[in-house]
Write a protein that binds this ligand. Structure first.
Ligand SMILES: *Cc1c(COP(=O)(O)O)cnc(C)c1O
Length: 420
């Protein structure tokens, strides 16, 4: 990629972008607004409203309860597509259901139950809060030792730290493939190998990775994973999550919530819980059908574009962010808060600034750039390759430079809003 800070560099990248056409497949109501928060909530695919109207009016309104004949295994069908196109898993290893937090709880509990003689759980002290809280709860309930690894806030967890914490007492390691704050991308194969050597299981959270970076669950020997569908997969606010359990492990693991959707011959309404041997044994209950339905057209776009091409563009978008940040923003009090090499990051880049929160608010209200803030002092810039143009990134960085130079963000409230 040509190095330089002129806007022509970005224009050339747009002109050569094989995914440029995908932008029109999303609803963009305000072309002036630059949206760099697709890592938090992906944009609305243009096909989704009509699809949902059909499900609501035709499926619910017309079909009524009869539609469940077709709806009942929609989570499994979506899981099969995710396995094939996004997660590098085999058939029958992924299902869409519940939320990421709930799935994390279910799989962590199942893995802990299967390792009764081990009493340590490893997590990253900088991991996404829900992951830490859920494991804190499980450890407290079971009297296990929770070892929180101190990872580098900007560079992520280092292999050496994990290696030195792994021993025969570790039952479970919970890690995010891409860090929500720094964007640091771990080496899935290497981590799986380290854990396997001491007989520990790894439960991966793929929330910031799926649909942004290639994931190879089967090839890297991954055993357990969860993740959400509303970030780079554009499934919509609160769309159901997915879970993955390696085929060879499924029948051995039993999740803690014994619901009727995991039951053999579900509609026999049998007396005793007797779960199916397949991935559906990790299901609990009736899916939130309308939210589930919204994943369908969104996933079709990712399938059509292909994760390899999405990643290739994501690397270039990330490079553009860091090149411009290096050239423009250092003197204004910013520094990079992400791994330096694009290959070691997911699709977002974090920048440190002591006034990151107020700058984030000023960017949104004065400069029409939506990115987000993460405690303590990080601005997260999350271009989503399916719909973000290179020139948008250039313009956003230019507006950021201007906001930081003018310094009128200092008049903004320092108190955080309910949601950041
Ligand atoms: C976004 C995200 C979640 C989301 O959890 P919910 O249960 O959907 O609220 C979980 N883990 C990570 C790492 C995330 O980035």
């Amino acid at each position: 990629m040509e190095r330089g800070t002129s806007r022509t560099v970005a224009e050339k990248l747009d002109a050569a972008d094989p995914l440029a056409g995908f932008r029109d497949r999303f609803v963009i109501t305000d072309p002036e607004l630059i949206y760099l928060d697709g890592n938090s909530l992906g944009r609305l695919p243009a096909a989704t409203p009509d699809h949902l109207r059909e499900v609501v009016e035709g499926g619910w309104g017309g079909g009524l309860v009869r539609s469940w004949q077709n709806w009942i295994d929609w989570g499994s069908r979506l899981g099969a597509r995710l396995a094939d196109h996004v997660l590098g898993a085999r058939a029958g290893e992924v299902v869409v259901c519940d939320s990421t937090s709930i799935n994390l709880y279910k799989l962590a509990a199942a893995a802990l139950d299967a390792a009764p003689r081990r009493s340590t759980v490893l997590i990253d002290a900088e991991d996404f809060p829900t992951n830490r809280y859920i494991l804190q709860g499980l450890a407290a309930q079971r009297g296990l030792r929770l070892h929180q690894l101190t990872s580098d806030l900007d560079d992520g967890l280092q292999g050496e730290q994990l290696r030195s914490a792994l021993d025969q007492d570790v039952a479970l390691v919970v890690l995010s493939l891409v860090s929500y704050r720094s964007g640091a991308l771990l080496d899935m194969a290497a981590v799986n190998e380290l854990a396997r050597a001491v007989g520990a299981r790894v439960l991966w959270d793929l929330s910031h990775a799926a649909g942004a970076v290639p994931v190879e669950l089967a090839a890297t020997g991954a055993e357990l994973a969860v993740g959400c569908t509303y970030k780079y997969l554009n499934g919509g606010p609160g769309s159901p999550a997915y879970l993955y359990v390696r085929r060879e492990l499924q029948a051995q693991l039993r999740q803690p919530v014994w619901g009727w959707f995991g039951q053999r011959e579900q509609f026999q309404m049998g007396a005793e819980y007797d779960p199916v041997p397949s991935i559906e044994r990790f299901l609990v209950s009736t899916p939130p059908l309308l939210s589930l339905a919204a994943i369908d057209p969104a996933l079709a776009l990712v399938e059509e574009a292909g994760v390899e091409r999405i990643r290739a563009k994501g690397l270039l978008l990330g490079r553009l962010v860091t090149d411009l940040a290096d050239d423009w923003l250092g003197p204004l009090g910013f520094r990079s808060a992400s791994p330096h090499l694009p290959e070691r990051r997911g699709s977002h880049v974090s920048l440190y600034h002591p006034d990151a929160w107020r700058i984030c608010q000023a960017l949104a209200t004065e400069a029409k750039v939506v990115c987000d803030y993460r405690v303590p002092d990080r601005l997260r810039i999350g271009p989503s390759p399916l719909y973000t143009r290179f020139t948008e990134v250039w313009d956003a960085m230019d507006r950021l430079r201007e906001v930081a130079t003018r310094r009128n963000y200092v008049s903004r409230p320092a108190d955080l809003t309910r949601v950041t």
